[in-house]
Ligand binder design. Sequence first.
Ligand code: MIC
Ligand code: SF4
Length: 643
Amino acid sequence: MGQSITRKIIQQHLKEGEPKAGFPVAVGIDQTLTQDATGTMAYLQFEAMGINRIRTELSVSYVDHNTLQNGFENADDHRFLQSFASKYGLYFSKPGNGICHQVHLERFGVPGRTLLGSDSHTPTGGGIGMLAVGAGGLDVALAMAGQPFHLTMPKVVNIRLSGSLKPFVSAKDVILEILRRLTVKGGVGKIMEYSGPGVASLDVPERATIANMGAELGATTSIFPSDEKTRIFLKAQDRESSWIPLAADPDAAYDETLEIDLSGLEPMIARPHMPDQVVRVADLAGTRVQQVAMGSCTNSSFRDLSVISQMLKGKRVHPEVSVALAPGSRQVVRTLMDRGEWQAIVDSGIRILENVCGPCIGMGFSPCSNAVSLRTFNRNFEGRSGTKTAGVYLCSPETAAAAALTGVITDPRTLGASVKPPALPDRFPVDDAMILPPSADPGKVEVLRGPNIKPLPVKEPLPGSLSGGILLKVGDHITTDHIMPAGAKILPLRSNVPALAEFVFEAVDPTFAKRAKAAGGGFIVGGVNYGQGSSREHAALAPMFLGVTAVITKSFARIHLANLINFGIVPLTFVNEADYDRIEQSDEVEIDVTGLKAGSEGAALTLKNKTKRFDASLTHSLSARDIALIRAGGALAYAKRSS
Ligand code: MIC
Ligand code: SF4
């Protein structure tokens, strides 16, 4: 039996284990990336490991999330990140240079290599044939220290593409259609590998859009072959020497297969408040729109902005729609300027934002109350835009531009205009002026930190028995935006855990932090896919700081599960879902964890509900290593002990 691309890369990088779906493996990491909202913590953790130089082939520290400097906090954190990168051997991409995933694709991604990033959309690199995985900052810090990345070997799904996209239908519609079919938990425990004759019809930026939003499926990552299109992209980036061909063997074995005929797709849109609430744009046509936001790591490439420019050319946006665009990178802007396409965007009367994440992470441009906001982004979780009453819809650049012009949701095919997605230029205007290489004299570099950077909280080793109250009971699909919100007010506190912890579950129950502290900690009970969304380890770290010792759910999302383990919180699941219904907030419970062991015989634990007087059976999917980490009080304590 032949091998998939995924298996080939994993086999080449395998450090421990056997790559059989469901079994633990450890994979060597070639490259890492961080962004500023997760990076500060990752680097503090790296520092705590006492190593004086990174041990990866390449590591890059980006600043793209937390760029509103409305006070000293973010500016201080950026200064810390810059000086840290210089001293420890990382490249540093300055604020305004672009969104980490877009810039990484342009300037650093290499087919066949592994990339671990402290951001859930790191799989964007799959568009260029990298095995690119999102993780918590601590896992990225460990990778920078030369340690392999531990994960449960996912299943590999073959998504076979045939045909080619019709006019006004684009890569975003492909992934929205896959989300419609598979839902936000359809990719959990899986890697989506694209194949088939349709792949050759997509350029690298289009592939990157699809790979990017595989994160919304809950997939570990997504990957495309590296072919002639990949070579052309790398050549245009002045990096042809990084190219290698990469394809699955013709008789490659896959765990599942999904067929998509690109020619049969039409413009799609995700309704509030989940990326899988997908319908045809035509079904919502005529709905009034108050805001349109274009950009984000999903849809801010030169290809996407060129299409937007063509659609806006010679026109003005609708007077009642507030429209903004945040380009993916400085290179994207330069390319559009060189091709004479930038002017149409400026002339159309839209707001031009920085080359950063911006509105996607609630950093400004929140919609007005009850607004319908169309965004080319990847997440539309309730409140993430900063306006709880707004309904955010996710769509392609074509659909967003159409609504910007007409003021209502519009199937872009009905505009009667013609738009030609551009061929990639022979050479992009390559200019790395905003990417700083590490210092040649690291001994002389001082790491500069401001008062916003507080010491890392540490957890005690796990006691034999956990007892306390159920601090909060929540439903299905709770996102990390619910657990640890972001936005302009809270993000500047990412390196100050005591201050940040005050906002845990703020939008769900604003009394949570106070109650948790008063009770000296306790438990959280959740439904299916608990912790989906972002990689932010703060969604584990801040609850840990508040004394949460275990989270008991119907199921977990991958990155959050790993983050809980990394911070010594025990992740458990109900054996009988009926016990989820019986347990209530405020119940006093006790769980004996002395017998916590890997494998089926150790997987059974009992929760004693002292208030309601019943026992519930719990289980877990922890490996022996996970349990060792939890017992030590988290990965950092464990790493320190074993070094
Ligand atoms: C997101 O899109 O939610 C973020 C902000 O990029 C996060 C990272 C973070 O919370 O810092 C992610 O996707 O991992
Ligand atoms: Fe930034 Fe949004 Fe992409 Fe997250 S999803 S990396 S906030 S652009």
